[in-house]
Structures are given as structure tokens and as C-alpha cells.
Design a protein around this ligand. Structure first.
Ligand code: PMP
Length: 424
């Protein structure tokens, strides 16, 4: 079994004393193989360094924020310059207006923006705008999709009330008929249909929606007067330079953004169509840090790279190179991988591995060899994953497959996942 380094273990012990349950949420390594570092001291490009000085090629990318590379020079220079001038002031800087104008120009459906800090802020705001716009209560969501950690959407219900999730109706993502059933079930009380750009749920194969599903969602909202919300927090700007469903010919009414918007600096946003402007202008929503100027400078620099650079093509190229390499290696070592999702946000699962014992052991062996993969959550490519980084990672995964083969007889189901896995 792999083991975290000494510094990491000491930090975990200290964390247990002063942080309830240790590091929490999606940044916790509780559900990852044992050797994974919990703490990192540095990131640059596609690489991370842990508290014990070990270096990794990182395919977690902060779970999304790292789009262009950690410590991107232009983005971080813009951030640092604005930080030196002022960040949290008694009012926003002019960058607020410039950033809203930039996003409205870039994202087809958007006529306005509200800025906030985390993805959860933006998805929660989307529901508020939809309810204010329609005066209705019900929301249709996809079963198993993640939209944040507020009481209405956290996947672990401790501390929440059934009432927090009242008025939610679930459907099977990608199934237009089931979506229509859910919409009909809401009757005259439907405020919103909420969807992810693609199915990027944990533990399962990812799937891209058909144009028909997206079009049906749009048509059902038009028919009922509900708002169509696409949660771009995780996939935003990784599938397209515009909102993700533009490629399917569908413009949502609201999109929530976070993570990659400022390449790792703290900023999220709700973007809305003209239809929803009046409702959005009636809400009282704010936060002490929502007007921070430095993350907005970082977002403007990130958007310049998105518009003017080839980051997206590089992400896809790197993702395809990784996918093809892993496919060939798996075959050579006698394994079948199920690689799903867009190549720039891959989910990599072992076929015939219902309790994830192979996935865990494979990721553990890769981690020991300096590559951070995820056994059950989609991964992320960034624009700093060049051919050299991918080839370096593939050299490590080839050895990891061989090590996995040697361990086959002694693999056991990861105890951490007991009770968490979805039934197929
Ligand atoms: N929506 C989606 C699709 C997400 O992936 C996430 C974060 N993983 C969120 C919302 C919530 O974002 P945050 O953690 O920034 O609140």
C-alpha cells in the first residue's frame, strides 16, 4: 500500500485536531487511494508539488480551475497588479463593468452578469432568478448531478431539511422523454429546468447530451415559461469558448460559471438572457468579497487567452494523446478501460471493476510514479499539458498497469467507498 509522506501525515494529524473531520468536501483525500497527498505547497503549469517535495503531473487541475496552467504568467500578473492597487474596496472597481461587458460579448445567450465567489453561489442564484422570474416553485434536475454544497444541493444531507429539497423533480440526464415526464409532473408550478453541459457525475461513465435532448429542454421551457439553466461551473470554457450548448444550437436563459473563469482565482458568475434581467434586478444578493477587483483582472486576462489563444485545441490534443496512450497500454496489459466524456475532461474507469479495486490500485501506482489521476471523478486537462507532460505521464501509467497486474491476486475493495457506490 502506498503511504503519504511524513510531512503530509503530520499535517493530517494536526488537521484532525482543528478542522472537523480534517480537510472537507471535494478537496478531501478521504475517498482517494491512501498514498495521495492531502496538502500541496506549489503548482506550476501542469505540475504540483506536495508537502514532502514530491512532484506530480496533475490531471485533477484543482477540480477544474486550472484551465491555462497553474501560475499562468499573464493571468497572475494581472491579478498581482490589481492586488497592488486594491482588491476589496468600498465599492467595485471599473473592472466589474468591463468584465460583464466582456462576458456578454463572448457568451451568446448572455445579456448581463452577476459576479459572486463560488460555483454554489452561482447555481443558487440561478434558482432564485428563475423563481423570481416565474413566481413558481418547482425545479427539474438530473438525478445524480452535482450543483454545489448549499442545503438544496449538497449530496450529503447531514444538516439539511427535507424542505430544502422540496419542489425538486428528477429525471434521467440525456433522456428527452423522461425530461418531458418530469416537466409535466411540475404542472403549472415549474420555475426552471437545470442541466449540466454533459453528464459528468461521479463513479459512472460520462455522456454527452444529444442535440435533441438540449432542444427538448429549450422547447419545454419555452412552452411552460420556465427558465432553462445550464450549470457551466465544471465544464465552462473546457468544451467551447461560448456556453457549452451553443454547439448544440441551444441558448439557455441562465448559465452559472465558476472554477476556470479566472484560472484559479476566486470568482464565479451567473450569466443571464434579456428575458431574465428584470427578475435578476429585483433580487437582493451580495457578499463582502463579491466585488473583489483582483480576481476580475485575472478573469479578464483569462478571457483574453480564451479568445485569442489555442488553449482549447491544446486541451483536446493533450486529452486525445492521453486517451490513445492509455487505451493501447491497457490492451497490452490485458485490461479494458472505459474512457468516457470529452477528452479534455476524461473519466477513466476499468471495465469489470464494480467496487473500484482496480481503479484505486492503478491510480495508487500512478501516484507513486508522479502522476495524479482520479479513480472515480472526471479529470481535467489544462493548456500546460504539452506532449512532454503527457508522454511523461504515459511512461508512469505503463508501469502502473504492470504493477497492477502483479497485484491482481491481492486486490481488495477500497473500504472508503463502501456504501457510496451507485447501483447500476
Ligand atoms: N456545479 C458543478 C457542476 C460543479 O462541478 C461544482 C463544483 N465541483 C459546483 C457547481 C459548485 O462549485 P463550488 O465548489 O465552487 O461551489
Amino acid at each position: 500500500m502506498g503511504e503519504a509522506g511524513r510531512h503530509d501525515r503530520e499535517l493530517r494529524e494536526r488537521a484532525e485536531r482543528v478542522l472537523p473531520g480534517g480537510v472537507g468536501g471535494h478537496l478531501s483525500t478521504r475517498l482517494l487511494p491512501e498514498g495521495y497527498p492531502q496538502f500541496y505547497v506549489r503548482g506550476k503549469g501542469a505540475r504540483l508539488w506536495d508537502a514532502d517535495g514530491r512532484a506530480y503531473v496533475d490531471f485533477l487541475c484543482g477540480y477544474g480551475p486550472n484551465l491555462l496552467g497553474y501560475g499562468h504568467p499573464a493571468v497572475d500578473a494581472a491579478f498581482a497588479e490589481q492586488l497592488a492597487r486594491g482588491d476589496t474596496l468600498s465599492g467595485p472597481s471599473p473592472l466589474l463593468v468591463e468584465l460583464a461587458e466582456t462576458l456578454v460579448a463572448q457568451v451568446s445567450h448572455a445579456a448581463w452578469a452577476i459576479f459572486c465567489k463560488n460555483g454554489t453561489d452561482a447555481t443558487t442564484l440561478a434558482l432564485m432568478v428563475a423563481r423570481a422570474h416565474t413566481g413558481r416553485r418547482k425545479v427539474v434536475l438530473a438525478k445524480g448531478s452535482y450543483h454545489g454544497s448549499a442545503p438544496w444541493c449538497t449530496p450529503v444531507p447531514a444538516g439539511t431539511l427535507p424542505e430544502d429539497r422540496a419542489h425538486q423533480i428528477h429525471h434521467r440526464y440525456g433522456d428527452a422523454e423522461d425530461l418531458e415526464r418530469a416537466v409535466r409532473a411540475a404542472g403549472a408550478d415549474l420555475a426552471a429546468v437545470v442541466a449540466s453541459p454533459f453528464r459528468h457525475d461521479a463513479f459512472v461513465d460520462q455522456s454527452l447530451p444529444s442535440a435533441e435532448y438540449a432542444a427538448r429542454a429549450r422547447a419545454l421551457c419555452d412552452e411552460t415559461g420556465a427558465l432553462l439553466v445550464v450549470d457551466e461551473v465544471r465544464a465552462g470554457f473546457r468544451l467551447a469558448r461560448d456556453a457549452s450548448w451553443r454547439q448544440l444550437g441551444v441558448d439557455p436563459d441562465l448559465t452559472s460559471w465558476g472554477k476556470a473563469l479566472a484560472n484559479g482565482h476566486a470568482l464565479s458568475a451567473l450569466l443571464g438572457a434579456e428575458t431574465a434581467r428584470a427578475a435578476a434586478s429585483r433580487l437582493y444578493v451580495t457578499g463582502s468579497f463579491w466585488g473583489q477587483a483582483a480576481p476580475m483582472a485575472a478573469a479578464l486576462a483569462t478571457l483574453r487567452e480564451i479568445r485569442g489563444g489555442d488553449y482549447l485545441e491544446r486541451l483536446v490534443h493533450a486529452g486525445e494523446r492521453l486517451r490513445e496512450g492509455l487505451h493501447a497500454q491497457a490492451a497490452a496489459h490485458g485490461y479494458v478501460l472505459r474512457q468516457s466524456g470529452p477528452p479534455q475532461m476524461p473519466q477513466i474507469l476499468f471495465d469489470g471493476d464494480p467496487d473500484f479495486r482496480r481503479g484505486f490500485a492503478f491510480c495508487e501506482e500512478a501516484q507513486r510514479r508522479g502522476v495524479l489521476l482520479h479513480p472515480w471523478h472526471n479529470m481535467f486537462l489544462c493548456a500546460a499539458h504539452g506532449d512532454a507532460e503527457i508522454d511523461e505521464a504515459l511512461a508512469a501509467t505503463d508501469e502502473a498497469f504492470a504493477a497492477l497486474r502483479r497485484r491482481e491476486a491481492t486486490l481488495s475493495a477500497p473500504a472508503a467507498l463502501a456504501g457510496l457506490l451507485p447501483r447500476h
